[in-house]
Design a protein around this ligand. Structure first.
Ligand code: PEP
Ligand code: MN
Length: 378
């Protein structure tokens, strides 16, 4: 059970102390307090763990400082959507809002190769009204002999250039806890010109020790990619590891599943799960069309499969698109064959906007026919 406190609830107030005193006397119940500092307010939630079946919702609602009470299931305690749970499904980071009702495009380099390409990419993003990007510095590669990313040596120029071109958030994969310190130090040395969203890649979805460490910091939001060979439930539990340690600024990324059934695509596109994740949890959902499709193949009408699947995800309500672009894909050090080129950026963004409008119209249509969604069963 979660007690959602009123916005003005202060730990030092007599009402708050009275509430905590009451909770301390409930038999077989322990409490865990989560606070979330938003830009405008502090949200405090008290999780009651143990024999909560014996507690009456109305009694709990009448306690001091309590605004609302949600009975939760065992699953995805923090990030899950529990019954009539109207808690917010968004967070703000460095001036950008991420929610189940927003859409942000993170077009950028799969792997940073040199400052010239980073600058060309970021300039193009600014010219096209974008303030987010992806920049890989730490690359998890199948072969130990492949380029592993420039690591911390590229961070300074990536961050400085981001500041120069108005980029507010960079999605950047980390594969080890030490990378958090390297990113923090580089941001500090360059005067915090941008923000970073830590990306946990599909190969690390169940690296629980890494998840716990990333979850214990709340400075950076996290993009957790779905594991490519595990169930959706297992991946959602991985996200819950982050939240249970304190960081709920988590975006869930769909990036396709590893199976030969997906041939000729690199992975089996799983964007049908966009509404599923939004129904089961309060996380914004990201789609990664580049790593799903893995090529620049297209349909007979000339539209690339990468663009088709992007549209499919956005039409279904995706909240973030992580997509590989490169100024010269033939020279990219990682994943050149799936990258879009910079002259395709305005086209890509317009195609995304068409799909988003279609999604919004579909929501309106649903409202008109008042077709209630079936419950999640959670
Ligand atoms: C990536 O986004 O660069 C990446 C390696 O993705 P994934 O973990 O989904 O393979
Ligand atoms: Mn890649």
């Amino acid at each position: 059970m979660i007690l959602i406190l009123t916005q003005d609830a202060k730990p030092e107030s007599p009402e708050y102390r009275q509430l905590m005193g009451h909770l301390a006397h409930l038999p077989n119940i322990r409490t865990s307090i989560h606070t979330e500092k938003g830009e405008e307010q502090v949200l405090t939630e008290i999780y009651l763990i143990g024999n909560t079946q014996a507690l009456d919702i109305e009694d709990m609602k009448n306690l001091p400082c309590v605004e609302n009470v949600v009975r939760i299931s065992e699953e995805y305690r923090v990030l899950g959507r529990h019954g009539a749970d109207h808690r917010p499904s968004h967070f703000d980071y460095n001036g950008v809002r991420f929610g189940q009702d927003t859409l942000n495009v993170f077009a950028g380099l799969c792997a940073v190769d040199n400052p010239e390409h980073v600058e060309i990419m970021m300039r193009a993003l600014q010219e096209n009204g974008q303030n987010c990007t992806r920049m890989g510095a730490y690359k998890p590669r199948t072969s130990p002999y492949s380029f592993q990313g420039h690591g911390k040596s590229c961070l300074h120029y990536v961050f400085e250039l981001a500041g120069k071109y108005g980029i507010r958030v960079i999605a950047m994969e980390i594969t080890h806890e030490s990378h958090i310190d390297e990113i923090t130090n580089a941001l500090e040395k360059t005067g915090d010109p941008t923000g970073v969203m830590l990306q946990i890649g599909t190969r690390n979805t169940q690296n629980f020790e890494l998840l716990k460490i990333v979850g214990r910091q709340s400075r950076f939001p996290v993009l957790l990619k779905r594991g490519f060979g595990i169930t959706l439930d297992e991946s959602l539990n991985a996200a819950e590891y982050l939240a249970s340690e304190g960081n709920r600024k988590v975006i869930f990324g769909l990036r396709g599943m590893k199976t030969n059934m997906s041939d000729p695509h690199r992975n089996f596109v799983d964007f049908a799960h966009v509404p599923v994740v939004k129904r089961l949890t309060r996380m914004p959902v990201c789609i990664d069309p580049s790593h799903s499709v893995g090529s620049r193949a297209g349909g007979p009408e000339g539209i690339l499969d990468v663009m088709h699947v992007t549209a499919q995800g956005v039409v279904a309500g995706a909240n973030m698109v992580l997509v590989d672009f490169h100024p010269a894909p033939a020279h990219a050090l990682v994943d050149g064959p799936q990258a879009l080129t910079l002259d395709e950026l305005p086209y890509f963004l317009e195609d995304v906007a068409i799909a988003r409008t279609a999604f919004e119209k579909r929501c309106e249509l649903n409202g008109k026919f008042k077709h209630p969604a079936a419950s999640s069963g959670v």
